[in-house]
Design a protein around this ligand. Sequence first.
Ligand code: GLP
Length: 247
Amino acid sequence: MQVFIAADAAEAADKAADIVENVVRSRPRPRLGMATGSTMVGVYQSLVDRYQAGGLSFAETSIYLLDEYVGLDCDHPQAFRNVIRAGLADLVDLRDDALFGPDGSSPDLEAEAQRYEQLVTEACIDIQLLGIGGNGHIAFNEPGSSFEGLSSVVTLSEKTRRDNARFFASIDDVPRQAISQGIGTILRARAILLVALGAHKARPICDALIGPVSIESPASAIRLHPDVSVVLDAGAASLLPAARSES
Ligand code: GLP
């Protein structure tokens, strides 16, 4: 595992974008697993900047979402498919048919989760981006989730709903369920890139990186993977006693 500690969020976003750019440039048909959430906004903007500067093309790239809320209208701005469109996909030369995600409005959610699991498995993700929840979740795999779990319909914890309420008019509007890649699905990616920003992520990062590898810290599962990069800002790294600093 390589841990990069950036001075601030902007430097962290650029470092994470460097890692993604390297994958996009080195694979003939890059397949990116993308997370949503505020952590990723700067990372995606940095990728958009590189596209607009003329140096980076996503024409051969496919994007696979990590998760999707259940029950939002397909045009809801907080549906993750729309978040990734607005922040990245619509701003670069990604093909219209190259963005994949679970359908959270499917009438048969379990079948949809299985369909998506198969799609992601066949795609073989080159790099999976991950944020981390305040309770250590990755995607929407809450504490207690099996490390072997596959894509499924999951129930959001109250903490996660409270954390994500800032994106909605009120907490009552935050969905209670999602379709999420499982931790087992995530661990099958060729490489993993975890990004965390801010002192409010220091505790879950410390638990994930130096605590026990345990289902109580879903993000600790990344330590079972052979190719992991972690990009932190100083706040998120603040509880790590001996993290290496590279840039
Ligand atoms: C959501 C997403 C996760 C994301 C997490 C952190 O719950 N399902 O994929 O990593 O939030 O979000 P943020 O970056 O906004 O803190």
